[in-house]
Design a protein around this ligand. Structure first.
Ligand code: DGJ
Length: 728
């Protein structure tokens, strides 16, 4: 039983294999947090022997309660606003009289097997045979019939608890939600480092680690997308936690729009974490009888350091977030036309690439930007999802010819966008996201469609569906190359404009739902100028996301390892591209480009018709490696073996199959240093008792993990090796 309610103590205990969470309903009906972290056994020792005392009159208490009951001084599962808890809070809701005071107390709870999906939002699921249990706690405001339903779904094997909140307006008047966070977590001390993934376009998700300090530390987005700058996921790692040991708490928000994750160190020496939709410029009008659901947050804990946290989250997302079994399925090994041809292609060129692909064992050609409208550069045609027949002739015929070569076909779209130079803009200028009377911001020569409008979503569904029905298209790359500005919708009244950014996201999610319903086997790759929308929200619809426009293998080490802190390697879009690299100008050995792209979905992003004989031989080897090692990389346990928080001369990481019978170690010398000694890489996660064959030797797991594998590399920047370990 993963959810327990101990009635005589009003105590809830949520249990995973290595994680426990506990809270209770106190005499005043507050939901008081007791523990989130390492496993506890039994209920003894959980309830506090003494309620915190000795705080000052500056921590107020409710009339009729005692000073020590102050909401400002208690660890709480849910906090309101303007009623005595001055810390960052869960909910602020405005009533008709203009009051923003919000204060909710426990009313009832309900425990059930399984987990409900959220309506219109990405959400985790429990399989038929999973031991998932859900606890729903109903809280009610102390002044009106506004209810909050706190949901906790316990995924025992993955050490993950899924949290979300639903607000229900049972009053007779409309209410306005100003802030409704998906989860609040109070931790008993402040001795943590805040671990985040930050960067920019082409330099996404570099890990950063900084100690918590007094006040608030946060990451957020107001871009209408999660953004390249910060991924909506953080870890709180005890100061002494490493990759392999120590207390680490992970929080991943399943949302792709404006988000906020913040941690506050407060006056009584505790830390509070809140995660959810960014309240900045957000409001949501709730009519009587209506409800509003927040996105989900995936909370995990590991006593085995940052690596343990990542493995929990990888297991959880692969089994309970990524839909239609895609996490387990091999993705078609593809070549993408973007860096091969950009806008400059015709059907002959595409067929040439497809012929080379067929000869080399590459299974799919993805036709990127430039196939529609009159698009020969980035100034035109977004929104006109009609084939440019002058350029590629009849799409159905082209795809038939490509399929006849034994190669599948995929196609690029950028659904949320519109070019000023487009038929769509001539017909529907009002569909553009814009502020009346204010000049528009342009990004990459394009504007955004108002995805909060059902007619826009319907138009996109119909036009994209027509294309997908017209040919055997088995894969879609869904791009998004700018962020939201002038967020305002003609369709909504002034008092609802604070809803537009969230409604935009709901429109994007809805379009995904509609397309996946119409084309159930379709594989969609997410993308936003590389990894500008790489988040667990998108992973609820797409099993893989193009990780970065930076395809330089050396740069990809940090980007991909950074991404792996919260997201499974099987979701990371990674391709071999041509050198000198188009963005950095750097050249890296072809073999190393392959070894690094293997730690992702794997594919090519270059003109296959121009490869030398030598590189063709390397492609054949890489294709074989992909098939041979895919199951270990995609389903195994990841161990980062070098310090992924900085650029190292030498990096290593590895995967171990779940049965610990196989492993794959990758070692890369980013820049060669003379006299740098003999290098050993010490694998992790092996079975100490098992003898493994590696590099022609037979060595026990214990010896390998104690002494390591001696890494022999040719001199030169970017030299690399992969080592396959097989249990004898
Ligand atoms: C940005 C993507 O990240 C690229 O891979 C490519 O699809 C271009 N957009 C096309 O415009």
């Amino acid at each position: 039983m993963s959810v327990q309610f101990i009635e005589n103590k009003n105590l809830f205990i949520l249990s995973c294999a290595k994680l426990s969470c506990a809270f209770y309903v106190d005499a005043n009906k507050r939901l008081v947090h007791l523990h989130f972290g390492g496993k506890v056994l039994g209920e003894e020792g959980l309830l506090p022997q003494e309620i915190r005392k000795g705080h000052s009159s500056f921590s107020p208490w409710a009339d009729g309660e005692k000073p020590e009951d102050s909401a400002d001084a208690l660890p709480l599962e849910f906090s309101g606003f303007n009623t005595g808890d001055f810390r960052i809070n869960s909910a602020t809701v405005l009533t008709e009289n203009g009051s923003a005071a919000t204060d909710a107390l426990y009313v009832s709870h309900h425990i059930y097997k399984g987990k409900k999906r959220l309506a219109g939002l990405p959400s985790a699921f429990a399989g038929d045979h999973d031991s998932v249990e859900t606890l729903e706690i109903t809280m009610r405001d102390t002044a009106c019939e506004l209810e909050f339903i706190l949901s906790y779904s316990v995924f025992e094997e993955c050490n993950t608890i899924v949290r979300s909140v639903k607000a229900v307006n049972n009053t007779a008047l409309p209410l306005v939600i100003r802030r409704l966070m998906s989860a609040q977590l109070d931790l008993p001390h402040t001795g943590f480092d805040f671990v985040q993934l930050s960067g920019s376009w082409s330099r996404e998700r570099h890990p950063e680690r900084t100690p918590l300090h007094s006040g608030i530390q946060s990451i957020r987005s107001v871009r209408g997308a999660s953004g390249h700058q910060n991924s909506p996921a953080i870890a709180l790692a005890a100061h002494d936690a490493t990759e392999y040991s120590g207390d680490v708490y992970g929080a991943v928000l399943a949302y792709s729009g404006n988000f906020l994750i913040e941690a506050e160190c407060e006056q009584y020496g505790t830390a509070r974490l809140c995660a959810g939709i960014n309240p900045e410029n957000f409001s949501w009008m709730l009519a009587p009888g209506e409800s509003f659901e927040t996105p989900e947050v995936y909370l995990t804990y590991s006593g085995e350091g940052l690596g343990g946290m990542s493995r929990n989250l990888h297991d959880f997302m692969r089994s309970h977030l990524i839909r239609d079994g895609w996490a387990d399925r091999k993705r078609p090994l593809l070549v993408n036309s973007w860096e091969a041809a950009y806008f400059d292609f015709d059907s002959a060129k595409l067929l040439g690439i497809a012929e080379s692909a067929a000869k080399l064992g590459i299974e799919m050609l993805v036709l990127d930007d430039g196939w529609f409208g009159a698009r020969n550069d980035d100034t035109t045609s977004l929104g006109d999802w009609f084939v440019n027949t002058d350029k590629i002739g009849d799409l159905g015929e082209l795809v038939k010819k490509i399929n006849a070569l034994g190669v599948k076909f995929g196609l690029w779209f950028e659904p949320e966008m519109i070019s000023e130079k487009s038929k769509l803009y001539q017909e529907h200028p009002e569909w553009v996201l814009h502020e009346p009377g204010r000049r528009r911001s342009i990004g990459r020569q394009q504007m955004l469609l108002d995805m909060s409008r059902p007619d826009v979503v319907q138009y996109l569904f119909e036009t994209i569906s027509n294309i997908l029905h017209s040919a055997n298209i088995e894969y879609v790359k869904w791009d998004m190359n700018r962020n939201l500005t002038e967020v305002y919708s003609d369709m909504l009244p002034p008092e609802r404009q604070g809803e537009v950014a969230h409604r935009f996201m709901l429109g994007v999610y809805r379009l995904h739902e509609m397309l996946l319903k119409e084309f159930p086997g379709l594989l969609i790759e997410g993308c936003s100028g590389g990894g500008g929308r790489f988040d667990a929200g998108m992973l609820g619809y797409v099993p893989q996301i193009w990780c970065s426009d930076d395809t330089d293998a050396m740069e990809r080490i940090l980007i991909q390892l950074g991404t792996s802190y919260f997201y499974p390697v099987s979701t990371i879009g990674a391709h071999v591209s041509v050198c000198p690299n188009h963005i950095t100008g750097r050249s890296t050995p072809f073999a190393t480009r392959g070894n690094i792209a293997l730690s992702g979905t794997f594919g090519y992003e270059l003109d296959l018709t121009k490869l030398t004989e030598e590189d063709q031989a390397l492609v054949r080897k890489q294709v074989a490696d992909y098939h041979r090692y895919h199951h270990i990389i995609a389903r195994g346990d990841l161990y980062r073996l070098s310090d992924s928080f900085k650029v190292n001369p030498f990096d290593a990481w590895m995967y171990v199959s779940k049965d610990r019978k196989e492993a794959l170690v990758t070692a890369v010398c980013r820049f060669c240093q003379p006299n740098s000694g003999v290098r050993f890489v010490r694998p992790r996660g092996l079975d100490p008792e098992t003898v493994y064959e590696v590099d022609g030797m037979q060595v026990s797991g214990a010896t390998l993990m104690s002494i390591g594998i001696q890494v022999k590399l040719e001199p030169g920047d970017g030299a690399s090796r992969i080592y396959y370990l097989k249990a004898l």
